[in-house]
Design a protein around this ligand. Sequence first.
Ligand code: AP5
Length: 251
Amino acid sequence: MIDRMKPIAEQSQANASESSTHTAGARIILMGPPGVGKGSVSDRLVDKFGMVHLSSGDILRAERSSGSELGETLKKYMDAGELVPDEIVIKIIIKSISSLDRSKGLLLDGFPRTVVQAKQLDDALAKMGLPIHGVLLLDAPEEVLLKRITGRRICPKCGRVYHIETMPPARDNICDSCGTELIHRDDDTEQVVRERINLYHKETEPVIEYYRKSGVKIIEVNADATIDEVVERAIEGIRQVILSEKKGKTS
Ligand code: AP5
């Protein structure tokens, strides 16, 4: 199991049973509304392929709980379900990307979330010679998202994610991996989630259109299914992305 709070370099040491395949080297943006399962799917893909998982939410939460001045600023936005201003997020995420192990595939989760972020990301990756291969777009009905988020519990120590009904820990409210008491995220209340979903429609859906117009392959994945089924669909989606990339190069 991948530790979502670990530094990226350590994550990339993860079990990479298919690391010699093209799928393992894919650079993919995982998009979708809050609670659709981006983090859960990423963890499984990282376990299977050894890709590097870069979650803007995890990185911002780590900064937030560091007690820094920046952390206090982030708290204000995140607890209200608002987006952190572009200039702050871009600086933090691009810095993380530039320290990546370039021999691994990449899963970007939660970034970019605005068209401004997408353009800056494109510029940064172009400079590094690491273009995005495709976008996996997860979706599920709003009532499913609400149920998933309000029932989510996370481990504040290792970042492992649970759900009180669909993925409960073996011992009530205790993390299976490290034995720490689980918590409910401050922004996982129904009111804040609705605000996050509204912002997704307003600010993040235009990013999908931006990539469509840029000719980036977008694969839609129905995420209203068990986690095993969604992961299978995501893997198939990545294979399609890589296949179309290869075709593009040979045609
Ligand atoms: P972030 O942490 O990115 O939140 P999010 O996008 O709202 O996504 P979530 O983490 O809530 O959900 P997820 O899709 O990863 O679902 P998960 O796998 O956990 O961002 C938080 C905040 O940070 C933002 O509001 C903003 O303030 C700020 N921020 C972050 N990035 C930013 C950016 N780029 N720009 C500006 N601000 C930014 O699953 C949810 C639950 O469902 C879990 O309990 C899980 O166990 C369960 N579950 C998952 N899949 C299934 C399944 N198939 N079946 C049953 N249960 C499932």
